[in-house]
Design a protein around this ligand. Structure first.
Ligand SMILES: Nc1nc2c(ncn2[C@@H]2O[C@H](COP(=O)(O)OP(=O)(O)OP(=O)(O)O)[C@@H](O)[C@H]2O)c(=O)[nH]1
Ligand SMILES: [Mg+2]
Length: 242
């Protein structure tokens, strides 16, 4: 997080992590498409000819609050291919929150697990632990054949503390819900650490509602937040970490 008191600007870094081809870039494209003009900057991508992320993608989103505070969200993806290990380490540096995009196909279970371990190791390189990091998990590609069952995922979700979302990013399904869940979790963690709501007389609920609206949602915030399976959206309070 970067705080510019003079210009009343707060910058938060969110990173989409996960194995190769799980749909990280597709999530950003769907967010970009959903975002109202003015809220979103240009989506920057750097890909090879076969659409594989070479370095990273970046989607800048900006939201202004009524109190004149500008919240800038820099949303990155890492390149999932195994060979880009050092780039992933670089991109994850300074992350305030992470969306882990898993591939729902049964055949990808091992790749998901390896990527999760890779995330853990890269955070550790920067002196961070998964335990302290706001993380949501998205099971993408729900439209594909031979995916892990809803029950299987619900079971998995009930064991972990990360909120879990189902998605078909290619059709934009579940993308905004995952993002709002991530933002909510990340903001709660930053607020718990820096007391942001009080310092800026910031109404985080109203802000989150505004973000959802700018991302094309006309549902109430509470309803959007209920889209997750298992996990908890408020586990990052210091008393919960213990
Ligand atoms: N069927 C289906 N295909 C999807 C879905 N989401 C993404 N894809 C496809 O999966 C492929 C990989 O998606 P990307 O978003 O490029 O994957 P990535 O995670 O960015 O991959 P790397 O950049 O290599 O790490 C593309 O052909 C997408 O169109 C989905 O929900 N369903
Ligand atoms: Mg990509």
């Amino acid at each position: 997080m970067q705080l510019d008191f003079v210009n009343r600007e707060l910058t938060i870094k969110l990173v989409y992590y996960g194995p190769a081809l799980s749909g990280k870039t597709t999530n950003l494209q769907a967010l970009h498409k959903a975002a109202a003009p003015g809220a979103s900057g240009r989506l920057m991508t750097l890909e090879t000819r076969d659409d594989r992320t070479l370095f990273f993608d970046l989607l800048p989103l900006t939201f202004k609050t009524q109190k004149g505070l500008a919240v800038r969200l820099k949303v990155f993806t890492v390149p999932g291919q195994v060979i880009h290990a050092s780039t992933r380490r670089l991109v994850v540096q300074g992350a305030d929150g992470i969306a882990f995009i898993a591939d729902s196909r049964v055949s990808e279970t091992q790749h998901n697990a390896e990527s999760f371990m890779d995330l853990k190791a890269n955070l550790k390189e920067h002196g961070l632990s998964l335990r302290q990091m706001p993380v949501i998990i998205q099971f993408n590609k729900r439209d594909m054949p031979e995916v892990r069952s809803d029950d299987d995922i619900a079971q998995l979700a009930s064991q972990g503390r990360e909120p879990v979302y189902m998605a078909v990013a290619m059709r934009g399904l579940g993308v905004v819900e995952s993002f709002i869940g991530l933002l909510h979790l990340t903001w709660s963690a930053l607020d718990a650490e820096h007391d942001l709501n009080k310092k800026f007389s910031f109404d985080s609920e109203a802000f989150m509602g505004q973000v959802a609206e700018k991302l094309g949602q006309n549902r109430r915030l509470a309803e959007i937040l209920r889209a997750s399976v298992g996990g908890a959206l408020d586990v990052l309070r210091p008393e919960a970490i213990g």
